[in-house]
Design a protein around this ligand. Structure first.
Ligand code: NAG
Ligand code: NAG
Ligand code: NAG
Ligand code: NAG
Length: 386
């Protein structure tokens, strides 16, 4: 029936509807109508698919390119989305001067005109491989809106994380780093700058490849987000390894009584992160006068931040480290050390400051050897709470 009607010409229209309609108006050819319907359905389908694609794959650039082709007279419009959405990959072509400058830009209106969920930026300062990556993957799982990850590694290192990994495309443009030298501070500032580019990052944690988390993500997030302080080890060591490393030529920027020491593994809020990347007052002095055997990573941030913002500091680190074995390096925990008593000892440790009675004192610990990974993974729910 359909085929026959469709096949006949308009003038020979045989069904009643066709005949009634043809009294005053010439009906459209059925074939044409059919074509119109198919065209409309295809159009709707196409726009539905492209909306879906744009929403799920973020292909907004395609739309913008298409728009700019059709409207060559108009500038590409700036949207809130384009201002606040971090890019999927952290790679970029900015050099350090451009990067630090960009990262130091701060909005002067203090309320955000959108719902901002503050995130923690986890910044891994590593030589190359992250042996503890599987443990961190487990730690981060299910919290993607609350964290971002940045890795700084030796330039020769080529990361090979699969797309499913939280570390995929999170390696920032890096440069050579020498422990205890200014290049180390440069790497820390580079990490902070990259993390500052994401307006949602509110807290910034510096970690090494030998660090592990000591609690599950919810505990870590709550602890950091509720604290009034930033966590950075700060103390005044009158001995040869403290004030003994001070150089009188750093004055008047830094007086010996202001000289501080602490480990480099910090957690700072966004304000302090901006202060660190934009410092051009203390940096040259440390660059020039704190060279081995003055280890700049142990003195620059503790000294500068306790001069500038003492009230914001907890003066202690969130990262546990064991110096009890003596020597120039802290203990490294291997397979044989992964026992209940180790984690009891860490959770019972007292905080080394007059800070509020916070339990636990530590959210992270170092240094863990790669051979400890398997046991940590197997027993993570028992020892680490995730
Ligand atoms: C960094 O890049 C900017 C812009 O491309 C350039 O003007 C500047 O000279 C570069 N700085 C250095 C130190 O190379
Ligand atoms: C950390 O030390 C500074 C002095 O350098 C002090 O003002 C601040 O209150 C201390 N922070 C805490 C939490 O005690
Ligand atoms: C770790 O987990 C394994 C497997 O569940 C278990 O056999 C082992 O005793 C645990 N190790 C410790 C130190 O609890
Ligand atoms: C995190 O750990 C705490 C304490 O161990 C526990 O009460 C909580 O249920 C854990 N949260 C998640 C999401 O696993």
């Amino acid at each position: 029936m359909q085929a026959r009607v469709g096949g006949s010409s308009l003038e020979e229209g045989t069904d009643s509807v066709g005949r009634k309609a043809s009294k005053n108006i010439k009906p459209l050819p059925l074939r044409f109508l059919k074509f119109l319907v198919i065209f409309a359905v295809a159009g709707i389908l196409f726009s539905a698919i492209s909306m879906y694609t744009i929403r799920y794959f973020g292909l907004h650039n395609v739309v913008q390119i298409a728009q700019s082709r059709f409207q060559p007279c108009f500038q590409r419009s700036v949207s809130l989305e384009s201002l606040i959405r971090p890019s999927a990959s952290v790679w970029h072509s900015m050099n350090d001067s451009v990067l630090l400058w960009r990262a130091s830009l701060v909005p002067q209106i203090k309320t955000y005109p959108f719902k901002r969920t503050p995130k923690i930026a986890f910044m891994f300062l590593a030589r190359g491989q992250l042996p503890m990556a599987p443990l961190w993957e487990k730690f981060f799982k299910g919290n993607q809106d609350l964290y971002s990850i940045y890795m700084h590694s030796l330039p020769s290192y080529k990361p090979d994380f699969p797309p499913s990994s939280v570390f995929y495309q999170r390696n920032i443009p890096s440069q050579f780093v020498e422990w205890g030298r200014m290049s180390m501070i440069d790497a820390e500032r580079r990490l902070l700058s990259n993390a500052l580019l994401d307006i949602s990052n509110e807290w910034f944690v510096l970690l090494s490849e030998a660090c592990i988390p000591l609690a599950n993500f919810s505990i870590v997030y709550r602890y950091i987000s509720r604290s009034r302080h930033s966590f950075l080890g700060v103390f005044d060591d009158p001995g040869p390894y403290g004030r003994g490393r001070y150089n009188g030529r750093m004055s008047p920027e830094v007086h010996v009584s202001q000289w501080r020491k602490g480990s480099q593994w910090f957690e700072v809020n966004r304000k302090l992160a901006v202060d660190i990347v934009s410092d051009s007052y203390y940096y040259p002095k440390f660059d020039q006068f704190c060279r081995p055997s003055c280890y700049v990573d142990e003195h620059y941030l503790p000294t500068m931040l306790s001069i500038e913002s003492p009230q914001l500091l907890a003066n202690r680190s969130l990262s546990f480290v064991d110096w009890s074995r003596g020597g120039a390096h802290p203990a490294t925990f291997g397979k044989a050390d992964i026992t209940e008593s180790l984690f009891k000892r860490i959770s019972n440790a007292r905080c080394s400051s007059n800070d509020q009675q916070s339990t636990p004192c530590f959210l992270f610990a170092r240094k863990f050897a790669p051979n400890a990974l398997a046991l940590l993974l197997e027993n993570s729910s028992k020892f680490l709470g995730f």
